[in-house]
Design a protein around this ligand. Structure first.
Ligand code: MG
Length: 347
């Protein structure tokens, strides 16, 4: 008689047990019933100590990130969606096509197996959309109270397809600054759930892969100098980072930066400035001035970047590291870095 196999839910009442991270039978059950079927690919199916991958021609982009968002689930995504999109977007920011991901899961004892399965399904779906394969993973379990449901650490590998380095050092005076869509949705979506705010229609996170839009810009042979996704700290923080790294002054127009009415309203209630609120499916592009209109046309042709806008310019001369906001009222003010953490555990 063959081994009696219990159906999922695994273990005690469908909860994660310490033994699920112990390397024994329960770990094997978790891997074979939850992870492998969801992420199905040849490299993972070998279930060896490391994945063996085909090496593409060209330079590799390699990145790592951790995801500790609270709550785990929010309108438009969850910690699993973020783990995929956050990692592939960082690869895309180097002008790379994302290829492979590894994911390390730190689970808290008592987590519902159904919640894990839901997160894993989100990962599989986001990976499919971004055309990346989850080729390696690890699971550990910590005692109840020593974690917060699920933490995920990722690594990602991509192949650089940009013909010239896409980096802050390539930013030039006169460059046009584009944003790929309305800002601040992710941070507001998470904060609204956390603060128990109810809006007429819930604000959805923007979390999504931007790799397709970036590849479209590169395939159109546009002179893209630098890309960066405005995650923690939002657009204002990223502009400050680039102004400092590229040793230039940046001017942006408040009225040109797209902010949804719902996000603007929620920011009023929450006391937030949308320019500092995290996005997880947007990017800023610094493009040679002669290519700005064509770049916008490429973005406008895609649904996910249909609201892309030109928001400013890298100024000739000026003060290195300075970001100046031309306000709606017509004045100018310095758009500075925030001191301290505005929104903890947003990604
Ligand atoms: Mg980034």
């Amino acid at each position: 008689m063959g081994e009696i196999v219990c159906p999922v839910p695994l273990g005690d009442g469908g909860k994660i047990l310490l033994a699920h991270g112990g390397g024994g039978r329960l770990t094997r059950d978790l891997v074979e019933r939850i992870f492998v079927p969801a992420f199905r690919n040849d490299a993972l199916a070998v279930l060896h100590d490391s994945a063996v991958l085909e090496r593409p021609a060209g330079s590799l982009a390699f990145t790592t990130d951790s995801f500790v968002v609270r709550p785990l689930f929010f309108p438009g995504g969850d910690v699993g969606t973020l783990a995929v999109t956050g990692t592939v977007n960082d690869l895309a920011m180097s002008g790379a096509r994302p290829l492979y991901l590894s994911l390390g899961f730190i689970l808290e004892e008592g987590l519902a197996v159904d919640d894990l399965a839901r997160v894993v399904a989100s990962i599989a779906s986001a990976a499919r959309e971004a055309s990346v394969a989850v080729v390696a993973g690890d699971t550990k379990v910590v005692e109840r109270g020593k974690g917060d449901g699920i933490f995920i650490t990722s690594a990602g590998v991509g192949v650089v397809v940009a013909k010239r380095p896409v980096t802050p050092a390539a930013v030039r005076p006169g460059d046009a600054i584009l944003v790929s869509g309305p800002v601040g949705q992710h941070g507001v979506a998470v904060m609204a759930v956390r603060d128990g705010l109810a809006f007429a229609s819930p604000i959805r996170s923007d979390c999504a892969s931007v790799a397709g839009a970036v590849l479209a810009l590169l395939e159109a042979e546009l002179d893209v100098h630098c890309l960066r996704d405005p995650t923690r700290g939002g657009v204002a923080t990223v502009l400050n980072e680039i102004a400092t790294q590229a040793r230039c002054e940046i001017g942006v127009h408040e009225s040109a930066i797209p902010v949804g009415d719902d996000v603007a309203g929620a920011c009023e209630v929450l006391g937030l400035d949308p320019l500092y609120v995290a996005c997880e499916g947007r990017f800023l592009a610094f493009v040679a001035p002669g290519d700005a209109d064509r770049a916008l046309a490429v973005l406008h042709a895609r649904p996910e970047t249909a609201q892309a806008a030109r928001i400013g310019t890298v100024r000739q001369g000026g003060s290195a590291g300075l970001v100046v906001l031309k306000t709606r009222a017509g004045g100018e003010r310095v758009l500075d870095l925030l001191s301290g953490e505005q929104l903890p555990r947003i990604c």
